[in-house]
Write a protein that binds this ligand. Sequence first.
Ligand SMILES: C=CC1=C(C)c2cc3[nH]c(cc4nc(cc5[nH]c(cc1n2)c(C)c5CCC(=O)O)C(CCC(=O)O)=C4C)c(C)c3C=C
Ligand SMILES: [Fe+2]
Ligand SMILES: [Fe+2]
Length: 378
Amino acid sequence: MTDPIDRPHADGPRTGVLLINLGTPEAPTPAAIRRYLRPFLSDRRVVELPRPLWLMVLYGFILPLRPRKLAHSYQSIWMKPGPEGSPLMHHSLRQKTLIREWLFANIGHEVPVALGMTYGEPSISGALDELESQGVRRVLVLPLYAQYSATSTAAALDAVFAALKPRRWLPELRTINSYQDHGPFIDALADSLRKHWKIHGRGDHLLMSFHSIPRQYFLAGDPYFCQCHKTARLLAEKLELAEGSWSVSFQSRLGRQPWLQPYTDLVVPQLARSGVRTLDVICPGFAADCLETLEEVALRYRDDFIAAGGASFRYVPALNADAPHIEALGQLLMQHLPGWLDLESADEPKRRSARAQAAQAQLHSPTLLTPPRAAQST
Ligand SMILES: C=CC1=C(C)c2cc3[nH]c(cc4nc(cc5[nH]c(cc1n2)c(C)c5CCC(=O)O)C(CCC(=O)O)=C4C)c(C)c3C=C
Ligand SMILES: [Fe+2]
Ligand SMILES: [Fe+2]
């Protein structure tokens, strides 16, 4: 934390951005995976089963057994030695750098950007320290989940509030709930598919696979299922996809209770058996490639598709730190920054273009133009 003596009391409040993603192990080893899974799977937002029962399962079976199996999976996708070898970490760090550059180019002065993970390192508390040390007193929080779920978005926001709890002088906060229907985000997904098709040609079918959550959470009011379908529908409309040439499924379920359906691991072989020869798969809920996309989908489901008679399975990478994604996230941040941007230090032309940009972002925001209830519907 900054030494209070060094704190620039006289300056106006400075705005900063806190990007959040889930977190990932620091190494592809059973010990590091266990350290990562313990707080993750102990979070009541993630697992709502009765506590004594769940703690028995977690400490009796999952934590002793799952990390060893997962170590092989993580090793198959680890990019280089060290914590940045995790694809999720690699892409998240690139996103942080490029979003800072985008904001500088579009606003005309530096806006500090920090990255925190809901579980593990870099911690959200450390990210808040980093912002505070740069004089930030207004924090715009962006959990990198386009579709809101209590299990992901709310867990990230809980971690922010928990990290603020022991602090004395709290910053002002704005939080972004979701961006499932944000125009530039849908454009970035469409752009990514068009590029993929230009290189590989169109597949017979496009599967849009989202991380699943227990079905009970949806029945209890979690809007995630509807928001996934909204992203999918808008993407299909943008690409003018014919009815029946695309579908939605849900992946990565764990345990025996019903999760959101249809399940990707069942849909993929079914598609092969029903005559789909070439299958394109995109995962529009993942801001960065990770274990669940690269190992589960791109490796395991590919094998299942081929084993069931399919010819070619093409995974479309996550948006990661590609330019259209950075543009979309930059526009999204601008939409939430009006009134907060410290434009005084920017020179006049930059100031004008920053104002134009903010106005533009508002114009393109479907959530600002449609009533809240309509924006929620699929
Ligand atoms: C047990 C319940 C889980 C819920 C609910 C859940 C929701 C959820 N998860 C993501 C994003 C990611 N999950 C990732 C890995 C992962 N997820 C769970 C469990 C639940 N997720 C586990 C146990 C794991 C670890 C790996 C495994 O055991 O399969 C990851 C990848 C992390 C990485 O290191 O690469 C992401 C990303 C979302 C968006 C979400 C709800 C919408
Ligand atoms: Fe998950
Ligand atoms: Fe998984």
